[in-house]
Ligand binder design. Structure first.
Ligand SMILES: [Zn+2]
Length: 271
């Protein structure tokens, strides 16, 4: 079976000395492609190198909403320059991780700043017709408002936690919805309802590792999550939707490839 982990921070400090090992094991388990988004400009080089050293790893460039700090607007120029440099890189797949995160944010200045960075990065993506990898926490409607005004090339709403209605609004705008560890907890009734009833053609798998531990790792006192968990997360999804694991693997993989045709090159060459 062929799986894609659409959101994994394999450059995270927790993976420092074991990222190669994790990558090999994930490949062995059928997680053939891993998309690694950047979160701040300091990680750009590492992520690029990681992708070029491992054939199944692809990267996106962006500044995460929680990495947005005052007086760093020049980082947006650095991002722009880098995107122009790597636009023809076959491992570079989009703009992200960008977005809005209003959890525990009570400072209007931070909200304004997050919006400024988000809008500017939407413009960069639009200029180069690049897909977006979006992080959205307690901000779905505001984010939808921004996206409705633009002409972006779709993307992935990672770790989607909004309502069924919001999910459909994102789908109408050409977005896929990423689901991972959160669907493995019985208490997460809304997310489990969404992932069971939305069209499978709009769903992609992700781990958000090393974060977002699935229930079994949590129960075992696990320290970190990894792309190796994708098949088990996909099994939970297959159970929830009452379909086969093969169908989950095939359709979710196809969804990602439709969004990012560059991946086809890798798939054709790895068969
Ligand atoms: Zn992330």
């Amino acid at each position: 079976m062929f799986f894609i982990d659409t959101h994994c921070h394999l450059d995270d400090i927790l993976f420092k000395s074991i990222s190669d090992q994790i990558y090999q094991k994930a490949q062995f388990l059928g997680v053939n492609i891993i998309l690694v988004p950047s979160t701040n400009i300091y990680g750009f080089d590492d992520i690029k190198n990681l992708s070029h050293n491992n054939s199944g790893i692809f990267y996106s460039l962006g500044i995460h909403p929680l990495s947005v700090i005052p007086n760093t607007h020049s980082n947006l120029d650095i991002l722009y320059k880098l995107v122009t440099n790597v636009i023809n890189d076959k491992k570079f797949i989009g703009i992200g991780e960008i977005g809005l995160d209003f959890r525990n944010i009570y400072d209007d200045r931070n909200i304004t700043l997050q919006k400024e960075f988000f809008v500017k990065q939407l413009s960069i993506a639009e200029e180069f017709s690049l897909p977006l990898i979006i992080h959205s926490v307690k901000s779905q409607d505001i984010l939808l408002g921004f996206l409705k005004k633009r002409h972006n090339s779709g993307g992935i709403i990672h770790s989607f936690s909004g309502s069924y209605q919001q999910a459909n609004s994102f789908i109408d705008l050409g977005f896929l919805l990423g689901f991972g560890g959160s669907i493995t907890y019985k208490r997460n009734t809304r997310v489990r309802h969404n992932v069971s009833s939305l069209p499978l053609t709009s769903i992609v798998l992700e781990t958000d590792s090393p974060y977002m531990l699935p229930s079994w790792l949590n129960k075992d006192g696990g320290f970190f999550n990894s792309p190796c968990e994708i098949a088990s997360i996909a099994s939970v999804l297959a159970n929830l939707r009452n379909c086969s694991l093969a169908e989950i693997a095939n359709v979710t993989t196809k969804n990602v490839v439709n969004l990012i045709p560059k991946l086809n090159y890798f798939i054709c060459n790895s068969k």
